[in-house]
Design a protein around this ligand. Sequence first.
Ligand SMILES: Cc1cc2nc3c(=O)[nH]c(=O)nc-3n(C[C@H](O)[C@H](O)[C@H](O)COP(=O)(O)OP(=O)(O)OC[C@H]3O[C@@H](n4cnc5c(N)ncnc54)[C@H](O)[C@@H]3O)c2cc1C
Length: 337
Amino acid sequence: MTPDLNISLKPFHFFASEEKSNFFTRIQNENQVEEAVHWCHENNYPFLIIGSGSNILFTKNFTGLIAKMEMMGIKKTNETPSDVTLQVAAGENWHHFVSYCVQKGWGGLENLSLIPGTVGASPIQNIGAYGAQIQECIEHVKAYDTLTQQWINLSNKECGFGYRTSVFKILPNRYIITHVQYILQKQPILKTDYGAIREVLHDKGIKNPSLANVAAAVTQIRTHKLPDPKILGNTGSFFKNPILPKEKYTELEKSFPNIIAHPISDKEYKVAADWLIASCGWKGIRKGNVGCYEKQALVIVSYGIKSGKEVYDFSEEIIHAVQTKFGITLDREINVY
Ligand SMILES: Cc1cc2nc3c(=O)[nH]c(=O)nc-3n(C[C@H](O)[C@H](O)[C@H](O)COP(=O)(O)OP(=O)(O)OC[C@H]3O[C@@H](n4cnc5c(N)ncnc54)[C@H](O)[C@@H]3O)c2cc1C
């Protein structure tokens, strides 16, 4: 393997800051995965696999090898009267894959339309939106274990999925995902309970929505609500919605009766992080080349940053403000390097 040297990372991530990597390569087949990992072991360099860079923040130059996942292919591996199973290579564009399934009439992914990124990254933080999470459709994940240097298949259970997390997020860089096997429904039960989806369908006079109607509604909502990363660099939600024990939430509600949250079990509440941030006065605030998006306080946007450190420092200020006012420590959803 002969990696490229001293490469600017600017084109490879959505914040488009100007950090560099001293080695860079592209992965188009499984042999190249093994070669890249062995090369790093031999040369004692750290390794980082990236997809489209829509959930990454570089705060300094990367000393090691960055490999961009570009393996392609969608293969049907099983079909029954009720479902289809598809093995999809990690470099496939997520939204293209969702659109392909919607066109075929295979349901399960439609609420996750228009999420940027690659198929290989979909299990990492168990991507979720509008009442759906990808864990509901994943059968297993094929990956190269960089520790044991063996190929493995992780079952859905072994992936350890949770809210915006998985074993891949907890053990960063241990597994290089090359394929994800999804199981999709031929007679899907559509998820249209989410308020915004219901409103769009109602406004369009759609009473019995199809898969395509739901995908179009989600696309419309997202286009309206989120900044276009090509115009304003961003990575979607920068923070996770904090999950609080019921007792702590009940105490907080006494002091802040307008707080936005919902129960996720008998014992826990998920609190809207955008409400916490907006309540601290950060929505729409800009400092230098970084800002908190005016329509959605969870999104941090770049107005032309040079270094990801600018975004990181801005996010530290938000964390501090929320901690001071509510006693809650926000957790970053984004992967910081
Ligand atoms: C406008 C916008 C809206 C968004 N909305 C949502 C949303 O609604 N819900 C949601 O969950 N996310 C959302 N995101 C976040 C992001 O789109 C997802 O996390 C996406 O899955 C990241 O894909 P990627 O290919 O860009 O991954 P990258 O950003 O390249 O990588 C993310 C992490 O995954 C790791 N990784 C990537 N590929 C592999 C692989 N093949 N094997 C092992 N590790 C890998 C990387 O090392 C890194 O740690 C949004 C982002 C943007 C910019």
